[in-house]
Design a protein around this ligand. Structure first.
Ligand code: AMP
Ligand code: MG
Length: 397
């Protein structure tokens, strides 16, 4: 048991090294995960964290919690239940009846479709990022991700049956995409007289804070999408999950510190009893069993990584990965292999990591700076470039 604990702890300590996205460990996972216990005997060993491993949202979730046992267990259970609910009831387009699936089914409806305040806020942020990234980040790529069959890909697996879509199919799907064609309006406004709901985040200082989206009591939001358009929130799902876990962590008075890994996304919260920083590995896109360096973090951070190695297939000697260029409809061809964003908010970090992957270092760094986030790029030639504000946190291997 102790040996198992050690292995698990090493995995968590270097979480980004070993846990890549889309591990696909099956559906219907609930809060019944594996509680690995605490190093030492009977959970009484003060100063040691509690460990918890689960699968939810199609990915491995590992939690390391510094708290009394009861608090740690409660938090882990509640956290997993929250993420399962988020996936099943809101974000997944595969789950019939989830909010996103219902919105997608409404595409083309002249009356639009009602959207919860939470999802309206999320979409407003996504639309803002679409504009600020000059269209590189686009949550309406559902028709494209479906014809590419990205959902079925794991890292390098599935290539045997994979055939890339034809140019005609790509052009057709691309014609159905485009966040600029979405209208998100407050209820009460006439369709046709649309007013884009402002994104919640402001520049600079406020980048991680709450924003301006406060509808009057009784009001709601409605989304209008052209026929055939499909939302794919894959680029922000784990980030939103991180943001929700952070809220939950903030409610636990007895919880001193936590590091939680959701696939490639890591969040840190509070501190360790010995005051040492959290260590988060930045995965090496060329060898995912290693890392290119370590981030040393104190307090609350969200680390989000996007890379061409996380989901891809190889067919007829060509490698196709899961981050699509909305201008071409094909996997982004560029100088970047991996991007890691450091932000105070999960949703923001996740959205930015995808956007920065597409934009490349120069524009990506500008965009991250607009949002008050830091970013590190691993380029195709192996070079590492990062924003100035990232440097104090990063030590290369
Ligand atoms: P991430 O791993 O956070 O970078 O998100 C990648 C996922 O976002 C993909 O698997 C797709 O589901 C979706 N996606 C692909 N390309 C884009 C894009 N240009 N903008 C927004 N989402 C995308
Ligand atoms: Mg992302």
């Amino acid at each position: 048991m102790k040996h198992f604990f050690r292995i698990a702890f090493m995995v968590i300590a270097g979480a980004a090294i070993f846990l890549c996205c889309g591990c696909g460990l099956g559906e219907g996972q609930t809060a019944e995960g594996l509680f690995l216990g605490q190093e030492g005997s009977g959970g009484q060993n003060a100063g040691q964290p509690w460990q918890y491993v689960n699968t939810v949202m199609g990915t491995v979730v590992q939690q390391t919690i510094y708290a009394p046992e009861e608090t740690a267990r409660r938090f882990c259970d509640e956290g997993m239940a929250l993420l399962a609910k988020l996936e099943q009831e809101e974000l997944s387009w595969r789950q019939e009846g989830s909010e996103v699936a219902r919105i997608n089914a409404s595409a083309g409806d002249k009356e639009g479709y009602p959207v919860s305040e939470e999802l309206a806020a999320l979409l407003a942020d996504c639309l803002e990022l679409y504009e600020r990234s000059d269209g590189a980040f686009d949550v309406t790529l559902g028709p494209l991700t479906k014809i590419w069959n990205i959902d079925k890909w794991a890292a390098g697996k599935g290539g045997e049956e994979f055939r890339p879509p034809s140019e005609e199919e790509v052009a057709w799907a691309l014609g159905l995409c485009g966040s600029d064609k979405i209208r998100l309006v407050r209820v009460g406004e006439e369709p046709g007289n649309f007013e884009r709901v402002e994104g919640m985040r402001q520049d600079g200082e406020d980048a991680g804070g709450k924003g301006v989206l406060e509808p009057a009591a009784g009001n709601g939001f409605r989304i209008f999408m052209p026929e055939g358009m499909q939302l794919d929130l894959g680029a922000v799902g784990k980030g939103l999950a991180q943001s929700k876990l952070l809220e939950l962590l903030g409610e636990e008075a007895e919880l001193d510190g936590a590091v939680i890994s959701l696939g490639g996304s890591i969040l840190t919260f509070g501190g360790k009893p010995d005051g040492s920083p959290w260590k988060v590995g930045v995965i090496n896109p060329f060898d995912q069993s290693a890392n290119v360096g370590i981030l040393s973090l104190e307090g609350q951070w969200c680390v989000s990584t996007s890379g061409d190695y996380e989901r891809y297939v190889e067919a007829d000697g060509v490698r196709y990965h899961h981050i699509l260029d909305p201008k071409t409809g094909y996997p982004a061809l560029g100088e970047v292999r991996g991007v890691t964003v450091l932000a105070k908010d999960g949703l923001l970090g996740d959205g930015l990591s995808t956007a920065c992957f597409l934009l490349g270092p120069e524009r990506g760094m500008e965009l991250a700076a607009e949002y008050g986030a830091e970013v590190l790029f691993v380029l195709a030639d192996g070079e590492i470039v990062m924003s100035e504000g990232m440097e104090p946190y990063f030590s290369a291997r």
